[in-house]
Design a protein around this ligand. Structure first.
Ligand code: AHR
Length: 344
């Protein structure tokens, strides 16, 4: 009898401990609507929920923080967080996928309410998405997407907010075909290999160019979305392809680098060689006004307002679409001057 009473006392306290453990696990993050993790597998909603809209602790993982486009994106996020009264925990991955995964893991350890990720590359960064999901923290992708076979929107992450990169490439190609009368020898300077911005800008441009038999892509090489790498790559490619008549750069920074290389080789950008690109940064608009760049299709870096607006909508229980498309303008000699004041 004495033994039986001891056992029931023990099981009551064991139950109490178990209950406390379960409650602690459910409270791992204040704003994600609960959920528990064990050995990497999560038991929260897919995608994890956000149950508050104010006083948010938001992690923002930037893939690198150099160049006008990235700096403008970071500033936009910082300014909007401040305007909303939310706290922004910022990390710069310095162009390293490994560091960016570690940055996201660090934000998870800091128990942020929500994570915003601008992924460097598509396949490796799916891992960071899954880490956040397994920790029951909702994650939003902005500017670039990840590989959907590894992590999917409205399941593993909330949504992708960004431009239609395929369409950007197509618009540049259409302008170039028209401008050159459908005859050109093109050098293509690609963005960072594995980034959706590079992959899709190539697909959109190359497929459209194939529709014009006189347009030939004579070389295509990675210059990492970087001005000086654009200059160096162009310098090298020019030696092998002096017959170039057009340059398509996946961003303005590489286009400006290519313009410098063309000038150094004694060619006149805008006359001997038509240069076209994507982004719409201030230096590119000035290059259009100087007659050295033909067109740039905008890729807006101003993600702060649209990102926070969607985070708040999600926090108030709204379901978001898989892809929130950012609509882009196109700049030419006709509107470059008027758009200079709003450029970055
Ligand atoms: O992902 C967007 C691209 O990344 C921008 O075009 C480019 O400038 C940046 O590095």
């Amino acid at each position: 009898m004495k033994h039986i009473r001891y056992s029931s006392k023990l099981s009551a306290s064991t139950l109490l401990i178990l209950l406390l453990v379960v409650l602690a696990a459910c409270g791992t993050s204040s704003g994600n609507g609960g959920g528990s993790t064990s050995g990497g597998a999560s038991s929260c909603a897919s995608p994890p929920k956000l149950t508050k809209t104010t006083g948010l602790k938001v992690g923002f993982s930037q893939n690198e923080n150099t160049g006008p486009w990235r700096l403008a994106e970071t500033k936009s996020m910082q300014e909007e967080a401040k305007a909303q009264g939310d706290q922004l925990i910022f990390a710069d991955a310095q162009s390293s996928a490994t560091k960016q995964i570690a940055d996201v893991d660090n934000m998870i350890s800091q128990k942020v309410d929500v994570i915003v990720l601008a992924p460097l590359t598509s396949a490796p960064l799916a891992r960071a998405v899954m880490d956040a999901k397994n920790a029951c923290i909702p994650i939003f992708l902005i500017d670039r997407d990840v590989d959907h076979s590894k992590a999917a929107p409205n399941k593993d992450y909330v949504t992708f907010i960004g431009s239609d990169f395929i369409n950007q490439g197509k618009r540049v190609a259409d302008w170039l075909i028209q401008k050159t009368g459908g005859k050109a020898n093109i050098i293509e300077l690609e963005g960072t290999t594995g980034a959706t911005a590079a992959t899709n800008r190539k697909v959109g441009f190359d497929n459209e160019i194939k529709t014009a038999p006189g347009m030939k892509i004579i070389a295509s090489q990675d210059a990492d979305f970087n001005r000086d790498k654009g200059r160096q790559t162009m310098q090298t490619l020019l030696q092998a392809h002096p017959d170039v008549t057009a340059v398509y750069a996946h961003n303005d920074e590489m286009a400006i680098g290519a313009i410098a290389a063309l000038k150094a080789a004694g060619k006149k950008p805008g006359k001997d060689v038509t240069v076209v690109s994507i982004d719409g940064e201030k230096d590119a608009l000035n290059a259009i006004l100087a007659g050295e760049l033909g067109t740039t299709v905008q890729s807006s870096p101003f993600f702060g307002p649209i990102t926070f607006q969607n985070i708040k909508q999600y926090g108030s229980g709204q379901k978001l679409s898989d892809w929130i498309i950012v609509r882009d303008k196109q700049f030419t000699i006709d509107n470059a001057q008027a758009n200079l004041p709003n450029s970055f």
